[in-house]
Design a protein around this ligand. Sequence first.
Ligand code: SAJ
Length: 411
Amino acid sequence: MKSASEYQKVCVIGLGYIGLPTASLLATKGFEVVGVDISQKVVNTINQGEIHIVEPDLDILVKSAVHSGNLSASLEPCEADVFIIAVPTPFKDGGPDHISGKKPDLSYIDSATKKISPYIKAGDLVILESTSPVGTTDEVVAKILKQAGHAIGENVFVSHCPERVLPGRILIELVENDRVVGGINEESTKVTVNFYERFVRGAVLATTAKTAEMVKLTENSSRDVQIAFANELSMICETENIDTWEVIELANRHPRVNILNPGPGVGGHCIAVDPWFIVDRSPEVSKLIRTAREVNDAKPEWVINRVVHCANKFKDPIIACLGLAFKADVDDLRESPAYNIAKEIQRKEIGRLIVCEPNLDDHCEFDLYELDDVIEQADIILLLVDHKIFNRCKASDLREKLVIDTRGIIR
Ligand code: SAJ
């Protein structure tokens, strides 16, 4: 085994929301880093010291990492001491299977592993950071490398260290959060813990690869189940004509109750995806996790039905959508329930739609308006995202309007 300081050159596969911040952080900490991506455009952008994703302060970090000479991007991997795989793990196309739910697509991990294999030599460390179904580190990554003739676990080390950073706070949480490290054997775990301890301020906690995989899926499933509880509660309160947010606020005054916030559904690439990785492997015993997914996935349709109900009270209603992003104060529309609801209102021609998304300058499908303009024009105000700027909306100023507030911020 090499000494910790000999793990100095790092090859990061996948330069997205996790790979790029990780690569640039390592470069600014003095590691020599080559970032690899399948997109020539992404590679060119990074080599010019620019970025292709939006995340606070990432532009400054990438610029300084590239200018220091420690970070470069390439279409091809190269020899390194550490290989970090940070590629997407989406679903396979097609709807949920009635028994095992949606199926994970591990093809990106598969091809990333095959791509780095020719560059791996004795003493190297391979880390899978992508959120993965239990067993992937062993059954996909280690297996492919073993088949290629590497002495896995003996002189080539393989571990899982799941990313756990929150979009919007990635650069802070990359350093401050505790990390969970699980190797395919004890040696792998030890080498990987030593590596992360060189740049993480949080604790680096050692376990097995399978446990580390399950920990990550558990974190996001736990949040999904809790949000589903809040979403179900909001639908129950609506039928009883009770203010959900008052119920939650008062219930949360109990010392052992902490209910999360309802919304128009759960978006993003993580919480709405990862629980299916558990359901897919253990469908018979993951009924609650599956039901939570279904409750959260059904919430946008419930919101649309409420809009239809309100719109029926007008001849040609003007409907103002406040927010398109998947959550507060980001510009990310990936898997956004707000965006999907807006599209559906437009498709169904429920009324004339006007949209305010303060974190975007423009959008190819919607004309975007200032907050004051949409409020003035609208008959129905549909608040979909709790962006800070929407806190300005006061119930007392909106008495003439019909308000559907899916986030409970208009008081
Ligand atoms: N949401 C609610 N009510 C809430 C909290 C969130 O409706 O009370 C909604 C949001 O509006 C959004 C979705 O849930 O649509 C997810 O947002 P989020 O802020 O809960 O989480 P993400 O997807 O941005 O990031 C999560 C984080 N996981 C946990 O907090 C357990 C992050 O730490 C992970 O690294 C990330 O998933 C990931 O990449 O897996």
